[in-house]
Design a protein. Structure first.
Length: 322
């Protein structure tokens, strides 16, 4: 049988890399500014400026996702969301992605195509106009995704973690703690396939965990509004707030009336935006105040209680979703 006619249930070990790519590449958008996309040794991209933002992230089956919970398209969508949030957190606009995937040889072609469909869905939903520059496909014992994302500041200065000053207002945009609620619900369901399927179909928290939808468009708006520091909340509010506090040499005081429960404080993977604004600034609609920045030794406080940033939050060496 010709590999161009290979049914989707054949494995990559049976059809090989070249045939798999002939099925997968047409699913991926090229995006604006891509002069030469996948197919050569390098991509050729027209960039709007000489300085670009660049970030990279990995997702591995086990600590980062499970196929008994997620469809391949969910995993692809989540990979785009988490990487796009890193560009938005600097105040930038995503230009495009490099996608590297390594899978076991026993992986059916349909799983790889589902992953590609999720990449495309994430780009269309979160970073319209961006595309895929290229990437790599290889073999691994564990399903692994590595994404590199490029972004542009469109003439603005990047918003870094070290710019917060005493008097600034601490704000968040997007969900805080919802992904962690979803993760806990899935873990509680255990090996009950019917229970898991029910959660996937009906629980908004589970949906947010599997396919986070961070407010990517608010990153550039926050930069224009005068944000002094910003980052995405990937590892939990307390842990990520402590990173701004340490980088800026300030104290972060969370508002005890802001409704921040343990999921919000120590959960992760919502990929919302955490930003500080001068008191005279007007944060973009979608941001809400949850605290203030004060002078003092770096730390995160809730009321008079200092929160231990190391006692919770996402750490891939401690938090294994398997």
């Amino acid at each position: 049988m010709s590999d161009s006619l290979a049914p989707l249930d054949l494995t990559l070990g049976e059809i090989g890399e070249n045939a798999a790519l002939r099925w997968v590449l047409p699913l991926l958008p090229t995006g604006d500014g891509v002069l030469l996309g996948p197919g050569d040794d390098s991509a050729l991209v027209s960039l709007p400026e000489s300085q670009v933002l660049i970030s990279t992230d990995m997702m591995m089956q086990g600590p980062d996702f499970r196929f008994d919970w997620s469809r391949p398209s969910d995993v692809g969508f989540k990979a785009i969301a988490s990487n796009a949030a890193d560009i938005a957190a600097m105040g930038g606009v995503v230009l495009g992605f490099e996608l590297a995937v390594a899978v076991p040889a026993s992986t059916p072609l349909r799983m790889l195509m589902g992953l590609a469909e999720g990449f495309a869905e994430g780009i269309a939903a979160l970073t319209p106009g961006a595309g895929v520059f290229g990437g790599d496909l290889s073999r691994s014992e564990v399903f692994t995704i590595a994404v590199t994302v490029l972004g542009s500041m469109r003439g603005l200065a990047p918003v870094v973690r070290s710019g917060a000053t005493p008097g600034d207002v601490l704000c968040v945009a997007g969900e805080v703690g919802l992904s962690h609620r979803g993760l806990q619900a899935l873990l509680a369901a255990g090996d009950d396939e019917l229970a898991v399927a029910g959660l996937v179909m009906s629980d908004p928290a589970v949906a947010n965990h599997l396919r986070p939808r961070p407010p990517i468009a608010l990153g550039p708006l926050a930069a224009r509004a005068g944000a002094t520091a910003m980052m995405d909340i990937s590892d939990g509010l307390v842990l990520d707030s402590s990173r701004i506090a340490k980088a800026s040499g300030v104290r972060v005081e969370l508002d005890s009336s802001a409704g921040l429960d343990e999921h919000a404080l120590y959960g992760g993977e919502d990929h919302g935006l955490l930003a500080t604004f001068p008191p005279s600034a007007t944060p973009p609609e979608g941001f809400r105040a949850i605290g203030v920045v004060t002078a003092g030794d770096p730390g995160v406080f809730l009321g008079n209680r200092e929160l231990d940033a190391q006692s919770g939050g996402w750490d891939p060496f401690r938090n294994l979703a398997q």
